[in-house]
Design a protein around this ligand. Structure first.
Ligand SMILES: CC(C)(COP(=O)(O)OP(=O)(O)OC[C@H]1O[C@@H](n2cnc3c(N)ncnc32)[C@H](O)[C@@H]1OP(=O)(O)O)[C@@H](O)C(=O)NCCC(=O)NCCSC(=O)CCC(=O)c1ccccc1C(=O)O
Length: 273
């Protein structure tokens, strides 16, 4: 595979947002803090993911951290205030929860490309991505109870679905770090590759995914989320079904009949067993 040419999509302060062809890459860019995120980092990621969601020419998204030492070490404890993390607007917030949700509902595959530390809220971001490819220097863990924090949402319930309840409690109660190989054995991640190959392999997976039907992938993602996310997941799946229905002649007949002030003729459309 030839070297990719990454082009900046939009300049940001605390992330890098690039693309090569139909592949977007969002990089948390605070390597001096092991890519710990602030409210600014998170709101920039939300903006970049939203651009990816709306851009029809982007088919798959990579989330990663700058440098080889860390994917992310979670919320920046230096800007943790009273009730959340504080940015330039002086409001304490946990906007990473909005980002987790966005990664879950964005109807395109999101791949975490993990090098080095994947810790705390950073590791939850890795968890909520659809797939994770790790370099062999990656280390995974939750530190919340050590630093006075916890994630009782995806970070607990979804983690338990992914690696099992006993393992998830071990992760949260003991706060150990796990090697990439251990994380792979626990089904926490999809693949471990040498550090030097991690981007090449991630791009190969992206290229394979891009050969597949985007609508099929969208529904597979939504269906799996519906299974784990309750009514919110079903809402997402239902929204996708409505979107498809709106593209059918039967759906359009309802709209057209209303606008033309006539009775709709739904009998003309086939039904399937
Ligand atoms: C990751 C470490 C184990 C790496 O250790 P080491 O290799 O020895 O590097 P260090 O020398 O410790 O770190 C280098 C440099 O970076 C600074 N740094 C590292 N992590 C952070 C951080 N999270 N915040 C601020 N700064 C950080 C470190 O101080 C060093 O700076 P110097 O100036 O050189 O001293 C180790 O670094 C480590 O344990 N880091 C802390 C990990 C951690 O506890 N993270 C926070 C967990 S809590 C969290 O993420 C909450 C997230 C959240 O918002 C949330 C809340 C509620 C619900 C959901 C969420 C959610 O995120 O989903």
């Amino acid at each position: 595979m030839s070297e990719p040419t990454w082009k900046t999509v939009k300049p940001f302060q605390e992330i890098i947002f690039e693309r090569t062809g139909k592949i977007a890459k969002i990089t948390m860019n605070r390597p001096e803090r092991h890519n710990a995120f602030t409210p600014v980092t998170v709101s920039e990621m939300i903006e970049a993911f939203t651009i990816c969601r709306d851009d029809n020419s982007i088919g798959v998204i990579i989330l990663t951290g700058a440098g080889d030492k860390a994917f992310s070490s979670g919320g920046d404890q230096g800007v943790r205030g009273n009730g959340g993390y504080v940015g330039p607007d002086h409001i304490a917030r946990l906007n990473v929860l909005d980002l987790q949700h966005l990664i879950r509902i964005i109807p395109k595959p999101v791949i975490a490309m993990v090098k080095g530390w994947s810790v705390g809220g950073g590791n939850i971001l890795q968890l909520v991505c659809d797939l994770t490819i790790a370099a062999d220097n990656a280390k995974f863990g939750q530190t919340g109870p050590k630093v006075g924090s916890f994630d009782a949402g995806y970070g607990s319930g979804y983690l338990a679905r992914v690696i099992g309840h006993k393992r998830a409690k071990e992760v949260w109660f003991l706060n150990h770090f796990y090697s990439a190989e251990e994380a792979y054995q626990m089904n926490w991640i999809n693949k471990v590759v040498p550090l030097a190959d991690v981007e090449t392999v991630t791009l190969e997976w992206c290229d394979e995914i891009l050969q597949k039907s985007p609508t099929a992938l969208r529904f597979i993602k939504a269906a799996m989320n519906a299974d784990t996310d309750g009514l919110a997941g079903l809402q997402q799946f239902g929204g996708d079904a409505t979107m498809l229905f709106y593209t059918t002649d039967e759906g359009k007949e309802g709209r057209d009949a209303f606008n033309e002030k006539r009775k709709p003729d739904f009998g003309q459309f086939p039904t399937f067993p």
